[in-house]
Structures are given as C-alpha cells and as structure tokens.
Design a binder for this molecule. Structure first.
Ligand code: ZN
Length: 76
C-alpha cells in the first residue's frame, strides 16, 4: 500500500539525519542553514539544496545535499 511506503520513506529520512560523529538522533540535530545550489544537470526537473546541520551534543557540523522535485513547489 502507498501509506506503508510513505511511512518507510519517513523512517529512512530520519535515520539519515543522525549525527555522523556521535550518532545522536535527529532530536539533537539543528538545521542551521539551507543553500540553493541550482538545478541538477542530469535531471533538470530537480533542484539541489545544501542543508547544514549541527549536533547539539558534540557540536559537530556537516552538510548534506538534498534533491527536491519541482513538482513539490507551488508555481501557480
Ligand atoms: Zn554529534
């Protein structure tokens, strides 16, 4: 079913936002900044954003690129 698949994606998304250093879970992670990098060359229908995160437990900072479909944005 679609609902189960969406739930699965949410769980995977949360797991990927663990601190890479001390493995703190996403409750300890703050998103500090988001940069817009532009369109994906291989897939022009997608935007690339670079998110910056900081762990409140160990103060480790890192960045992660995420892809967002243009369909998710309101263009009307
Ligand atoms: Zn950490």
């Amino acid at each position: 079913m679609h609902n189960g698949f969406i739930l699965y994606l949410i769980i995977i998304g949360n797991q990927s936002s663990k601190c890479p250093k001390c493995k703190a879970n996403y409750f300890s992670i703050t998103k500090t900044k988001e940069d817009y990098l532009g369109n994906d060359f291989a897939n022009p229908k997608k935007h690339i954003f670079r998110n910056y995160y900081r762990c409140r437990k160990c103060n480790h900072e890192w960045a992660k690129d995420i892809y967002r479909s243009k369909n998710n944005q309101h263009q009307f």
